[in-house]
Design a protein around this ligand. Structure first.
Ligand code: ZN
Ligand code: ZN
Length: 380
């Protein structure tokens, strides 16, 4: 808003000074008036910038409001509609503390540092507009993506460093899980190099999807799981992660209860794009997928050329051994809520994350370290 004001003032200034100089030209005083005008405009612009700065500072240094009792308002403080226990419930704006109806408090914004919350919070429409200008700053400062990781990968005394729980609630856990899956995979391939993913496939990858899924049921088996997708950029660096979930139904004689980490290698940019859509997709139907490819023979095939080869390869490692099962027939969905919470932005999409130019979040440091370790081996 302030940017626009300053811009308008600058444009207006140009017009006024040209009029002034035309009038004053005869008296040869134009340079004085020009100078004066210049000075006046500069002061005005400075005042505006100061006001803008003070405005931003006030927002950033704001402290949490007092929580009002529900009884302190019988009507929405913005539109005046009367509250009703079922039809129209009360909502507290987390920034100004006011009580509003649901329609007047639809927005979610990141809060300044003194609020000590990393999740976007419910705010009233007025606060939503006020806080809008500082959202990019807060995304860099207080969002989950900006925090240093707290999960300790190297601590083998904890259960979760051995077993990945398939349904992670937060992106932090998904990142930890993915890093863990890569670490376990690396250990497996140093023990059984013939069962590892062919180097050529890894080197050409345009992205990876790392998913932990659990299979449950007898005869009819369901598999559900969550994970992250990351894209590899032109320069070889990795994009920030985007969270995904999978759900699938399969048939088989074997009893379920199987827990599997999948590493899906996305070999084309199209495959990455498919994984970045919010639309449900079915691995197998939507993408040509080669399943459980094992061994050195494949590597020779891949080197021979791109034509006719699958857009993605699925590797599954059941904690130390490669098995032939796959995610074929599963639906993969972007977990928009998890992404929004992690990056602190309601409008962020998976393609912003994977194909845009967002900086790498510090919170994903462990994942980047695991990937660097893996790629050092094949590229070094
Ligand atoms: Zn209202
Ligand atoms: Zn408010």
């Amino acid at each position: 808003m302030w940017d626009v004001m300053v811009e308008m003032l600058l444009a207006a200034r140009g017009k006024v000074s040209s009029i002034a100089s035309a009038d004053m030209y005869a008296c040869k005083l134009s340079w004085i008036s020009d100078n004066l005008l210049d000075q006046a405009w500069k002061e005005m612009a400075q005042t505006l910038t100061d006001a803008n700065f003070a405005n931003v500072r006030e927002l950033i240094e704001a402290e949490p409001p007092k929580w009002l009792a529900d009884s302190s308002a019988s009507a929405c403080m913005l539109c005046g509609v009367h509250f009703h226990p079922i039809m129209c419930s009360r909502h507290h704006c987390r920034f100004c503390g006011g009580i509003f109806c649901g329609d007047c408090s639809k927005g979610r914004s990141l809060m300044p540092a003194k609020f000590r919350v990393a999740d976007p919070q419910r705010v009233c429409d007025v606060c939503c507009v006020r806080l809008d200008s500082v959202q990019p700053y807060l995304m860099d400062q207080v969002s989950h993506a900006a925090q240093m990781p707290t999960q300790d990968l190297t601590d083998l005394s904890t259960l979760r460093s051995w077993v990945n729980i398939p349904w992670g609630q937060s992106m932090e856990y998904e990142i930890y899980k993915a890093a863990n899956a890569i670490r376990v995979y690396k250990k497996v391939c140093s023990l059984k190099p013939e069962k590892s993913i062919p180097d050529a496939i890894l080197r050409q990858a345009k992205g990876l999807a790392i998913i932990t899924a659990v299979k449950v049921g007898v005869m009819v088996t369901y598999n559900i799981g969550t994970g992250v997708v990351i894209a590899r950029r032109e320069d070889g660096s990795w994009s920030p992660p985007s969270a995904v979930s999978t759900f699938g139904i399969g048939w088989g004689a074997q009893a379920g209860g199987e827990l599997t980490d999948f590493i899906i290698i996305l070999r084309t940019t199209e495959a990455v794009k498919t994984f970045s859509g919010n639309v449900h997709l079915s691995v197998g139907a939507g993408l040509s997928a080669a399943v459980g490819v094992v061994g050195r023979a494949v590597e020779a095939d891949v080197r021979a050329g791109d034509g006719g080869y699958a857009a993605c390869y699925t590797y599954s490692c059941s904690k130390g051994a490669f098995v032939g099962c796959s995610l074929e027939g599963s639906i993969v969905t972007t977990r928009t809520n998890v992404n929004s919470r992690f990056y602190g932005s309601q409008s962020i999409t998976a393609s912003d994350v994977l194909l845009g130019s967002l900086p790498r979040p510090p919170a994903a440091a462990t994942l980047y370290r695991a990937l660097a370790d893996l790629y050092q081996k094949i590229e070094g």
